[in-house]
Write a protein that binds this ligand. Structure first.
Ligand code: 8OZ
Length: 374
C-alpha cells in the first residue's frame, strides 16, 4: 500500500501530488548588488521541483528594513521581482509549485543592514541576547532596537501586502507569512520582546494584533487560499520563547483558523533552533498534535523528521504534509528517495550559508532518477 505521504493533497486551489515539502531555508546566495535572485538560485530551486510538489522559498524580506543578513534576496524592488521570475519559471517548467516565505527580521537585524545605518526596529527597545552577523559577515552582538511608533504600524502592514502582491507578480503560487523563529512578528507575539502598552502589546489579543493585521492584509492582496503561515510555538531561536506558549498560541491559531488559510506550518519544538544546530531536544510536546484539533485546513509539520517519522506523522493524521530542510539541501531528489527508501546524501553544514554552487547545486541526484518524477 502506498504510504499517505506519497498521495495527493489539496492545498488551496492546488493539488499536490505528494506531501514532501521543501522547507524555507536561508542560503544567503543572492546577488549582493540589489539583493536579487540569480540564475544559480533558479537552478537550485528547479533541482528540487517535482510535478505537484510544493517548495517554500528561503525567508524573503518584505522591505529594506526587514533585511538582517547578507546576500538574502528581497521582494520589494522591481529587479527582485524580475529575478524571482527566473525561479518561478524554472520551477513551473518542471511542474512544481512554489510559495514565497515573507519575512521581517525586526530587532535581530543589525544597523549595518539598515537603510542609513539606522537601528533595527522592534516592538520595544529590548535587545535580544546573543549574536548575529553584520553586512560584512562578521559576528556582532544584537543591538538595542528602536521601538516602532504607533504611526508606523499601518505602513508596516502595507509593506507585507505589497510584498505579497509582488510575489504573485513574480509568478509565485502563494505566500507564507514568517511568524516564527524570533523575527519581527514573533517578537510582537511574545512578552520577552514585546513590552508595549498600546494596542499592540500587553494582552494576548493585543500581542497577536500585528500578525493578524499582516495576515488580513496579505489575504486581501493575494487571497486566503494562497496564504499560509509558519509558527514556532515552543521555539527558542534568536532569543525567542514564551514562558507559557499555550494560551498565546491557542488564541492565535484559533483566530487564524477563522481565516481558513491555505495552510498552517508548524515547527516541532524538538528542532526549535531554526536549523542552526543539529541537536534534537527530547521530551518536547508535539506541535502538530497540539494544534491539529484547532486547524481546519492543511497542516504542514517541520523539524527533525526522517522518512519513518514523516510517513507516521501523515499516516496518523497529525500532519497533512512534512517539510524537510537539511535533507532537502543535500538531496535534490528527496521526494523520490523517500518514496523508494533510497539512502540519503549527508549534508554539509559549512556550506549552508553563503558561497556559490558548492553545497548548493552540486549535491547529486540518484544516477538513475535525475529528472524523474517523485
Ligand atoms: C538560519 C539562518 C538565518 C536565517 C529562520 C530565516 O530561522 C531563518 C534563518 C535561519 O527562520
Amino acid at each position: 500500500m502506498t504510504d499517505k505521504l506519497f498521495t495527493p493533497l489539496q492545498l488551496g486551489p492546488y493539488t499536490l501530488q505528494h506531501r514532501v515539502v521543501l522547507a524555507p531555508l536561508t542560503r544567503m546566495r543572492a546577488d549582493p548588488d540589489g539583493n536579487v535572485p540569480t540564475a544559480l538560485n533558479a537552478a537550485y530551486y528547479a533541482q528540487r521541483a517535482t510535478p505537484g510538489g510544493l517548495l517554500i522559498t528561503e525567508a524573503t524580506p518584505v522591505s529594506r528594513q526587514g533585511h538582517g543578513h547578507p546576500c538574502v534576496p528581497g521582494i520589494h524592488t522591481a529587479a527582485q521581482v524580475q529575478g524571482w521570475r527566473r525561479v518561478t519559471d524554472a520551477v513551473h517548467a518542471r511542474g512544481g509549485l512554489i510559495f514565497m516565505q515573507l519575512w521581517h527580521t525586526g530587532r535581530v537585524s543589525h544597523s549595518s543592514h539598515q537603510p542609513g545605518g539606522a537601528a533595527p526596529v522592534g516592538p520595544s527597545a529590548v535587545a535580544a541576547q546573543g549574536r548575529t552577523i553584520d553586512a560584512h559577515w562578521q559576528p556582532v552582538p544584537y543591538e538595542v532596537p528602536r521601538a516602532l511608533e504607533a504611526a508606523e504600524m499601518a505602513p508596516l502592514v502595507d509593506t507585507w501586502a505589497a510584498a505579497a502582491a509582488n510575489a504573485v507578480a513574480a509568478g509565485f503560487d502563494g505566500v507564507e507569512v514568517h511568524g516564527a523563529n524570533g523575527y519581527l512578528l514573533e517578537q510582537f507575539l511574545q512578552s520577552r520582546s514585546n513590552r508595549r502598552t498600546d494596542a499592540y502589546g500587553g494582552s494576548i489579543a493585543n500581542r497577536c494584533r500585528l500578525v493578524l493585521e499582516v495576515v488580513d492584509a496579505v489575504v486581501a492582496a493575494v487571497g486566503r487560499d494562497r496564504t499560509g503561515i509558519r509558527l514556532s510555538p515552543w521555539g527558542v531561536a534568536n532569543d525567542s520563547g514564551e514562558d507559557e506558549p499555550l494560551p498565546l498560541y491557542r488564541h492565535l491559531v484559533g483566530e487564524l483558523a477563522l481565516r481558513e488559510l491555505a495552510y498552517l506550518h508548524l515547527i516541532e519544538p524538538r528542532a526549535s533552533g531554526a536549523g542552526k544546530a543539529d541537536g534534537v531536544r527530547d521530551g518536547q510536546p508535539s506541535a502538530a498534535a497540539t494544534f491539529r484539533p484547532l486547524w481546519p485546513t492543511v497542516l504542514i509539520d517541520a523539524g527533525g523528521f526522517d522518512r519513518a517519522g514523516a510517513i507516521e506523522a501523515v499516516a496518523s493524521g497529525r500532519a497533512d504534509a512534512v517539510a524537510f530542510g537539511r535533507w532537502f539541501i543535500a538531496n535534490p531528489d528527496l521526494p523520490h528517495r523517500l518514496r523508494v527508501g533510497a539512502p540519503l546524501n549527508p549534508y554539509h553544514r559549512p556550506t549552508f550559508y553563503g558561497g556559490g554552487a558548492a553545497g548548493y547545486t552540486d549535491y547529486p541526484a540518484l544516477a538513475s532518477t535525475a529528472g524523474a518524477p517523485a
